[in-house]
Structure formats: structure tokens, C-alpha cells
Ligand binder design. Sequence first.
Ligand code: ADP
Ligand code: ZN
Ligand code: ZN
Length: 755
Amino acid sequence: MIAEIIINSNVKNLNRKFDYIIPAELQDNIYIGSRVLIPFGNKKELEEGVVVGIKESSEYIEKLKEIAKVEEYSGINKEKLELAKWMANRYFCNVSECIKLMLPPGTTTKIIQNRVSDKKQNFVYLIKDSEEIEKDIENKKIKSEKQIRALKFLIENGDTGILSIDLQMFSDVSLAVLKTLEKNGYIEIVEKEVERNPFLHKVITKTKDLKLTDEQQDSFEKVNASIQFGEYDEFLLFGVTGSGKTEIYIRLIEEVLKLDKTSIMLVPEISLTPQTVDRFLSRFGEDNIAVLHSKLSVGERYDQWKKIEQGKAKIVIGARSAIFAPVKNLGLIIIDEEHDASYKAENNPRYNAKEIASYLAKENNCPVVLGSATPDMSTYYKARNGKMQLLELTKRANNSELPEVKIVDLRQELAVGNKTMISRKLYEAIKNNLQNKKQTILFLNRRGFSTFIMCRDCGYTAKCKNCDITLTYHLKQNKLKCHYCGYETKPFSNCPECGSQNIRYFGSGTQKLEEQIKKMFPEASTIRMDIDTVTKKNSHEDILNNFKNNNIDILIGTQMIVKGHHFPNVTLVGVIAADSSLNIDDYRAQERTFQILTQVAGRAGRGQDRGEVIIQTYNPESYAIVLAQKQDYKAFFSTELLLRKQLRYPPFCDIILIGVSSKSQVEIEETCNKIYNSIKEKIKTKNLQIMLYKPVPAPIDKIKNKYRWRMIVKCKLDEKILFEISQTIEETNRTIKNSKNETRIIGDINPTNMM
Ligand code: ADP
Ligand code: ZN
Ligand code: ZN
């Protein structure tokens, strides 16, 4: 028998099937979905692959090699292979890259069977940059195969550290190997408390169903009908913050459980907090639930994965990639905060979890529910046009009022000589709140101290040497940092261009805000949350719990504070600069601003007292800000829709972004032109209905020493267009196959990040 095999590689030319002979002794163990090791080309090592087809004979039978080994357990089946093929086609990537998303965590190279639940407490962290390690491997500074295996595993799976026993098992090395790596400065082995079971510390009290409000009941019944009849349908649950969406999810999942089917609920990574999970735990108990997200160790993720695969957990709660959980008998998919950008992957495969959800729901005849207080323009547009069912919740479930929102014009503050980041109105409100022993949240979407430094005499601004990005000043370490590549340098007192000492620090980040607040309100306790204060030891969750439980007066933070938490004692939310997201070079700038402001405002007044929100801005007449003040989604939607229509942006079309990056300016332009001309030609010869824009440098035109260009295609996406553009990308890829300048081409459908 002959097996058709796809090789595990993201090299574009290998994205096809290869025939191999199935040796007699493996005949019984090979099925579609098997993971195998095979000899390939003149490589010494065996390559990994997945069997995608089995047949009697092959036209190349003379030249075929044999499969060398088969893994006992693969985790892949026919349905998953079909999905992987569909994805590869849609998202311009290799089938093998998509299969990877579906494999049991940590087993991309090794199969683990009997997991040991040990109490060992050694955690392993990478302490060297992955690029440096890869260089060391290339330069033969590290030679041992075992060391390389362990390091590679860590690079792929270890951003949050890995339990030493897991690392040893997954990469098949002894503790001695890890000790050597530690001695050589690659890793650190730290003793830490381990919870293999993420729910272990929980005291769970069972809660009962609440009596649904009329609006909730109505929405529940509509989705439930499709659950009971086993019909595919899509719903948008559009409900203001606190309107009881989660309560509906719980009730729907209950119905699915009764049918002995499985539910998947996706939430944005950042709001996947113990608080969120607790509500489900206390309703369904821990045996029924599996949680999947990146903060779990690989070992924990593996356990959760198994629990789903064996059919023990019938409720899967997770971030984006949990959509690939190995569920059987799917009965419902819920995507909470569906407008959140994290549902779209920004690296290959650049998939959108909402699209995968539709695919799976169709295959399994079950409903998809998208929930949000500020739905994505495209989702609401679909619902309004009857392409999906619209369910509305207009009132907060516990009758707490929506907060009162005020706008402060920062230009007037400047006019009266207020140079601080806090307007007079916000100052008074904070002071009042402190007196009343209530908590305040201050939101600013820029971290660091100053966002750029500039020479006043010649206009020189400090930029990263690797990226086209201004460096941000960080006070505590007294350093200028690049937020894209991590480059750091000492701030200068003399201008490198003209020697002048007249250097000024502009723009204000969260560090500066914290400093000013401490000066203005020395008696207040404050806590700051941004990427710089969130570390391995001091998680996002710890900071928020500290704020809540220790009744800290003021929480200062970036985007991270926006979601998931319920702070009953917060009555004031201040938005320091609403403009930062308005000024970005993206057609969704207004939509993002409206969403962020509405979500931030939703943090205020969730308890007994009515909340107050103060938005500071230099653009008080911007409709995104005015309508966020009124918390009027529908008015925002209509205004924005008109603009989108005029400018022909989604939802009136799809956008395909074709990006090229390279170390060579010449090569990048050549490559772009090849793609551009090829598509242009196809518009004529194949009658493609698309608008093609000329290639231009991306808004951030250099990152990590690689130039970045892009071109944009607007169209109504269909099979034919996808096919032709894939073809063009593949053909052009062949011409840059051996590029020394690391030239790469990517295709991205409706990207969330246009930078
Ligand atoms: P959302 O998910 O829309 O933000 P939640 O489901 O978190 O809203 O509900 C907000 C608050 O209202 C929660 O404290 C929840 O317990 C409460 N709640 C929800 N539904 C009801 C109901 N039917 N009766 C009473 N309280 C409810
Ligand atoms: Zn100068
Ligand atoms: Zn940089």
C-alpha cells in the first residue's frame, strides 16, 4: 500500500503530497491522520509527516522510499485534515502549519502516553533570546542534539516556563542536560509551586440558575431552538455591558450538556481570568470543564487537551486556539466579546477564529453565538441584513445604571496653563472619590514615561536602529526602549546630530501618569498595570486582585485593564487621552476608539453606586468620542457605515493585504512589482473583480532590520480570487526561494493590524 504524506514544513514548495510505501509490518498501524517519520531527500535526519491519503499504487512506485516509523498516537483525524486543507487554502499557508494547531500540546515531535503527576517543583525558563540561541546552534556553539532539542522545545512552548519533568519528557532529555544548559547561561531552573490541576485551589460553591429577564429568556429560546433541532445558525447577542450575556451562555451550555454534547466558549486571552472561569465552575463543577490558554504550562495544556479528547470535559473554555480543541459531538460555539482583535491570528496561519467557528458549526449542525456590547462593524452589518439572527439585551441585568460620561476638552486646559496630564474636572473627581473611599481607574493607552525625545534645535528624534519606530523613555531603568524589538539604549544629553543640549521629552505614558498622580495625591495608594509591571511572578491577575481585595485607591493602566473584571467599588473611570487610538493609520481607528471607550466606561458603576466616566481629549467633536459618551452603538454604527461605504472598506468589501519583508530594499521592490504585475495581468486575462493598489512601504516600514512593504486588494472574496492570489504568491515565492535577504511574502485576509 502507498501512503500520501504531507511533510511538516512551512517551506512553500513542500506544501504538497509525497508518496511513500507502507511497509508490511506497519500496515495495521497506519491510517489517515497518522503521524510518521520518513526519509526525505538526502537529509540525514528523518522528517515528520502526516498521512493524508492511502492508495493501492503510485506512478512513481520505482523511486519510492518506505515510511520509517509511525507514532502510536496522532491526535489527528479525517475531519481535522479537511479543516487544515480548507484553512491552508483560505489563509495562504501550508497544510502542515494548520495541522500543528490541532496537535496535542507539546507533542509536535514526541508522543507522551502515561503522564506522571509528580510534585516536583522545578520550572525551567529561557533566559537567552531565541534568535541568539538559534545563532548559537547554527554556529555550532551548541552541538549536543539533546540540548538543541530541549532548547527548541522551550522556544516553541516556553514563554511562561515549563515544568522540568515535562520538558524532560517532551524533549526526551535527562535533568543533567538541563543542568548543563543552565550552567552555560541558556536557561534558568527555578523552584516554584506547581498546580498541575488549574482548579486545585478553588473552593467551589454550586450556584443555581437565576430567573432570566424577559429579554434574556427570548434570546435563550431562539438559540436553544437551534440546539434542540441540531441546526446550524449564527446569532449575534448584542447586549450592553452587564446585561447578562454570560448568564445566557450558561443556560445554553446546560441544554447542550443535557444532550450529551460539547460546547466551546472562546473568550479574549486577556479576560480569561479565574473570575470568568469561576462562574462556569460553580455552575457545572470542575469535572465537566476544560480550560485552554497560553498561561497554562504545556503539561497542564496537555492534560486539559486529553480531558476533552477522552470526552470527559464537555465544556471547553479557552482563548482563540481553543477552537481547535479535540471535541467530539459539538453542540454549540460561543464567542464572547466577539469584536476583540485577538480572535484573528497575526502570524501564520493567519486565521480568524470566527470563520473557523462557522466552518465547524456547519459541519456539526450546531449554532454559533457571538456576544458583544460593541459588535464588530461587519458582524452587526450581517445581523442587520438578516445574514445572522440579531438578539438584543438593552438593559443591565441587575438594574444598575449605565455610568454618566463627561468629555473634557484638553485644549482648554492648555489655554488656562494646566500642563499636567490631569484636567481640573478629573482632578476634582478623583479628590472626591478619595474622600468617599471609592476606587478610581485611570486609563492611558501608552506605556513608558515619555513616548519620544527630540532635539529642539535640529528636530532629531531618537529612533530604534532596527525599526522605524521612535524610542520610548523608561524612567526607572533610565533607558530608551523600542516597543517592537526590545532594543535598548541610554538616553543622551547631547544631540547625536548637532550636539545641542536642548533635548526635550515629549508625550506621556503610564509611568509619567503614575508619577504625577503620586505628586497630586500623596495620600492615595496607587497600582500600575502595563506590560512593564506584568511579569512572570506578578501576573495581570495578581495586580487586579490586589487592586480589588486591598482596596487600592487608584489603578493606572493600559488596554489590559479594560476587560473581564467586575469591580463593584469603582465609581470613577478617567480616560487620560482618548486620542491615541484615533490617530493611528488604520481604517478602523474610529471603531477601535469607540469600542475601547465604551468598554472602559463599562468598568464604572457596576455596584450599587452610579459610576462616572471622564474622557479627556483634544478632539471633543469626533463622532467616535461623542457617541461613546452617549453609549449609542447604533448611532455610531450608522455614521461609520456611511464613511465605510464612501471609502469602500469592510463590510462593503474584503481586504487582502499582501506583505513583503526583506533585508534588501532592491529585492523588496522587485518582489512587490512581480506580485503587482502578476495580479494586474490576471485582472485583465481572468476577469478578476478586484481593486488592486500599488505597493507602498508599510506605515511602519522597518522592523528588526527588515524593510516592510505591502499592497492592498479590495474585493468580494471568493474561491476564484483566493485561488489566483495564492497562485501569484506561490509563483513569486519560487523566485525568491534562495534569497539571502530573508525575503518573505505573506497574505492576510481582513487583517486586524494594518501597520
Ligand atoms: P454580561 O456578560 O452581559 O456583561 P453578566 O452575565 O456578567 O453580564 O451579568 C451582569 C450581572 O448581572 C452579574 O452580576 C449577573 O450575576 C447579574 N445577572 C445576570 N442575569 C441576571 C438575572 N436574570 N437576574 C439577576 N441578576 C442577573
Ligand atoms: Zn540636534
Ligand atoms: Zn526596534
